[in-house]
Design a binder for this molecule. Structure first.
Ligand SMILES: *Cc1c(COP(=O)(O)O)cnc(C)c1O
Length: 505
């Protein structure tokens, strides 16, 4: 798990040339956090501060048709979160709707200090970056039913050298959501979904297991959380289209793995047919529970900036649940008064799997699913995204932008980022190339505070990096490859190599 000194941005912000000196003042004005360590740590003690007795202490949430959110029309159709339901009556998407009136009984100061008081603690389950926002996520679940690996609280990294060197930017940040239990942001959603399934099984609902189709990271997260909860997991993977590291995770965590001779879209179709027949709970992001967990990454970014809103947030998109989850997190903070605006959202796609980009380019005229081609950004190789409507809604309401990146652009961006000390995945490379384009055409200015969402850990994608650095990729120059030099074990030859290297510097 990520080391605690990486967990918050305060150590970065105390650098002498920190881009926002205002943070220093805010940090010092804050009351010191009261993290008490007793000899017998009580990890189940209640959160601080306590709500005042005159205000409601119960919050609730339910499923409503997504169209009632997107068209802002109330509807009588709603479902309990304890129902097993993925689609509205007319076949549309569902959304989790919170009782905002109950949440509004508490002011922004209350929520901010409550959330701040939980950062980095071991108090179950609030030390998790997701469950530290429990009242906004899954308010009615019993703490004992929660399955958590203390996900979230990920590093918001000041990409100082990358920003200055390649973009002339001093206020560029990378939200490292991939520094997490299974190495991707999928943990944020999966802790919520598997906790809810755990609750349903304790209520004796006849659920024999949880299943998903995956481009790799969803299955890794599902398998880990299910294994922790002793719930059977079933994963459908497109054969030969995911990385070895991603494949070995569900295998190691004891999932039932079906490697299917099709692409992600094919696997998705099959799992939906299967879950309609068998009592297997569907864990894909069609299931809106996951987005409730994923939205906490957006809230966390605001919290890490001391509730100052960044100008722009760039998110790589495939099935397009996460772009909406970020929108939802930001929007909720605005609605509850924690901030007074939301950032501009950018969704970044691989050119080889760019149905959202094409739709955007057409002026939102007509959406056409595409046949997704192979891309190094394999987790976003999706041609018919389930959450297309959610993504369009998020972008239209955030003055949003869609960009794309070719294979060469995304791999070059990844290599450049790595050369400044990061170790990012190809999807984050897609987001960084989108940023480079938006900087070049002036849409993002040098002083804009910009956050790039890093979705997975680079160590899951070492094969792509090896291919790049060995220069063996067809029709790609691999301009920033840094292959090793081979040399015999001989003092003179090693000296020659070193002199050569030093003279090139
Ligand atoms: C799942 C995933 C994405 C895409 O998220 P969507 O919600 O499907 O758009 C991007 N990057 C990585 C590494 C992922 O695992």
């Amino acid at each position: 798990m990520a080391s605690t000194q990486l967990l918050n941005s305060s150590s970065l912000l105390s650098k002498s040339s920190s881009p926002s000196p205002r943070h220093h003042r805010h940090r010092h004005l804050k009351p010191p956090q009261t993290i008490t360590c007793t000899a017998t740590p009580s990890i189940t003690s209640p959160p601080l501060p306590q709500p005042s007795p005159s205000l409601p202490t119960t919050f609730s949430a339910k499923y409503v048709p997504f169209t009632s959110i997107s068209t802002n029309t109330p509807t009588p159709e709603s479902y309990s979160l304890d129902d097993v339901v993925y689609r509205s009556r007319d076949g549309g998407l569902l959304d989790v709707q919170h009782d905002m009136d109950a949440l509004k009984q508490y002011d922004a100061v209350y929520w901010k200090s409550l959330f701040d008081s939980r950062v980095g603690t071991t108090r179950w389950p609030y030390g998790s970056g997701v469950w530290s926002k429990k009242e906004w996520v899954l308010p009615e679940i019993d703490n004992d039913d929660i399955i958590s690996a203390f996900e979230g609280n990920s590093n918001l990294f000041w990409a100082e050298r990358f920003g200055k060197k390649f973009l002339g930017m001093n206020d560029l940040w990378v939200k490292h959501c991939g520094i997490s239990h299974t190495g991707s942001f999928k943990d944020l959603g999966m802790t919520v979904l598997v906790s809810q399934v755990n609750r349903l099984r304790k209520m004796n609902r006849p659920l024999v297991g949880v299943g998903c189709a995956s481009t790799g990271d969803t299955s890794a997260a599902l398998s880990a959380y299910c294994a922790a909860a002793n719930i059977p997991s079933i994963v459908f993977l497109p054969a030969n289209r995911i990385s070895m590291a991603q494949l070995v995770q569900p295998i190691a965590n004891g999932a039932f793995v079906l490697s299917i001779d099709t692409d992600f879209d094919g696997c998705m179709k099959l799992i939906r047919q299967i879950t309609a027949e068998l009592p297997i709970y569907l864990a894909n992001s069609l299931n809106s529970l996951r987005l409730e967990g994923q939205k906490t990454a957006a809230i966390e970014i605001l919290q890490q900036f001391d509730w100052e809103v960044p100008d722009c947030v760039i998110i790589p998109g495939g099935n397009l649940g996460n772009i909406y989850a970020f929108y939802k997190g930001f929007k909720m903070c605005e609605e509850l008064g924690l901030v007074d605006k939301i950032p501009r959202l950018v969704c970044a796609q691989a050119e080889n799997a760019n149905p959202l980009f094409q739709y955007y380019r057409s002026g939102w005229k007509e959406f056409k699913p595409v046949k997704a081609n192979t891309t190094f950004a394999s987790a976003i190789q999706i041609g018919d995204p389930v959450s297309i409507d959610r993504a369009v809604f998020a972008l239209k309401n955030s003055n949003g932008i869609v960009e794309e990146a070719t294979e060469e652009e995304l791999m070059d961006a990844m290599a450049l980022a790595d050369s400044t000390g990061m170790f990012i995945c190809p999807h984050t490379g897609v987001a960084l190339s989108a940023l480079m384009k938006l900087r070049r055409n002036g849409i993002i200015s040098p002083t804009d505070r910009t956050v790039v969402v890093s979705t997975a850990h680079g160590l899951k994608f070492t094969q792509a990096k090896i291919e790049y650095h060995s220069g063996g990729i067809k029709e790609m120059d691999c301009r920033f490859a840094n292959p090793p030099d081979s040399v015999k074990a001989d003092f003179g030859l090693v000296m020659d190599e070193l002199k050569n290297f030093l003279s090139r510097r």
